[in-house]
Design a binder for this molecule. Structure first.
Ligand SMILES: Nc1ncnc2c1ncn2[C@@H]1O[C@H](COP(=O)(O)OP(=O)(O)OP(=O)(O)O)[C@@H](O)[C@H]1O
Ligand SMILES: [Mg+2]
Length: 314
């Protein structure tokens, strides 16, 4: 099996295939207490689910090897609309071929198409590899009941931002969603507009101005003029990683501030539990046409689930 997995949206017609995959996948897992309810799925329950909200089937070399069911639901405890990915199943012999990843990506795309702002799953604490798989995809625990975790993520949203003024006002709108303790990581090409966005955030927060590219200092603190959180503006080109943020000799606590890190492209992998990843891209326009800038906001962490923060670019 060498091919890339292919994922197709399916309905009731795929019932037999989906039931077979769910049963085979869940039967191969270690026995849990209480047992996984997926093994109780019948042709009837799966047919009903597929008919109502559809599902996905993944194939490798044309062979169906993975499946999941979709359903609109509210995230437990948070009471916000979401698309839940249920019975995420990969046949044991098809593991390690990116099947689950392909299913996850396709489900997220479909969720956006259907107008959902977030997705969630349940996973058992006894299966740490499964929990880690979702965590790598940005899913974070929002609640747990016994050993059953609910993991959720906001879906990323992208939009064109045509002018520096528009970039600035996007920053101002974003500031309206930020509070003390928040971390914003700005990734993007040279001259893409990261500092311009930060200036907008500063204006929106009402902090003392003079926000410039902090190229010659690692960080600057901009105190609030309105009794709110300060803005800490960091240039991470000169920082080894986010862990070093804590080591910066700031006479201010990051918990009491909004921290904005300008980060080189490809450097954002160092993790903090909750963060807003903002990618500012710039593609050069041809002769006579302007550069095109896009901003993509991806909110990671329980802090952001249900926040609709991506609305600021929608
Ligand atoms: N959306 C936009 N459309 C057009 N021009 C923009 C846009 N956003 C920013 N600019 C302009 O692009 C230039 C570079 O912007 P900025 O300094 O914010 O980029 P940066 O990503 O911080 O750069 P660096 O990589 O050097 O830190 C500025 O002149 C700014 O006015
Ligand atoms: Mg800059």
């Amino acid at each position: 099996m060498s091919a890339e997995p292919q994922v197709t949206e399916v309905g009731r017609e795929a019932t037999d295939e989906v039931v077979r995959i769910i049963h085979a996948a869940f039967a191969a897992r270690p026995t849990l207490d209480p047992p996984a309810t997926a093994l109780d799925e019948t042709a009837e329950s799966v047919a009903d689910a597929l008919e109502e909200h559809g599902g996905l089937v993944a194939t490798l070399d044309g062979r169906p090897v993975g499946a999941l069911l979709l359903a609109p639901a509210t995230v437990p405890d948070l009471d916000v609309e979401s698309l839940v990915l249920r019975r995420v199943s990969v046949l044991p012999e098809a593991q390690q071929h990116g099947v689950a990843r392909a299913l996850r990506a396709a489900a997220e795309e479909l969720a956006l198409e259907r107008g959902f702002r977030r997705v969630h799953v349940t996973a058992r604490l006894e299966l740490p590899a499964t929990v880690a798989f979702w965590a790598r995809g940005g899913y974070r625990e929002v609640t747990r009941e016994g050993t059953t975790l609910t993991l959720a993520r906001e879906l990323p949203v992208e939009s064109d931002v045509a002018t520096a003024e528009a970039m600035q006002s996007l920053g101002e709108r974003l500031a309206g969603r930020l509070r003390a303790g928040d971390l914003v990581i700005l990734t993007g090409d040279l001259g893409a507009g990261k500092t311009t966005l930060t200036q907008g955030i500063g204006a929106g927060l009402g902090v003392r101005g003079g926000i410039t590219s902090p190229t010659f200092v690692i960080s600057r603190i901009h105190p609030s003029l309105v009794g709110g959180p300060a803005l800490v503006h960091v240039d991470a080109y000169r920082l080894g990683g986010l862990a070093e943020l804590d080591d910066l000799d700031l006479d201010i606590s990051l918990e009491d501030s909004v921290t904005v890190v300008e980060w080189g492209a490809g450097m954002a992998e160092s993790l903090a539990e909750d963060r807003l990843e903002v990618v500012v891209s710039r593609s050069l326009g041809g002769a006579g046409s302007a550069d095109r800038r896009t901003v993509r906001i991806s909110a990671v962490g329980a802090r952001w689930v249900g926040s609709d923060v991506a609305d600021v670019v929608a």
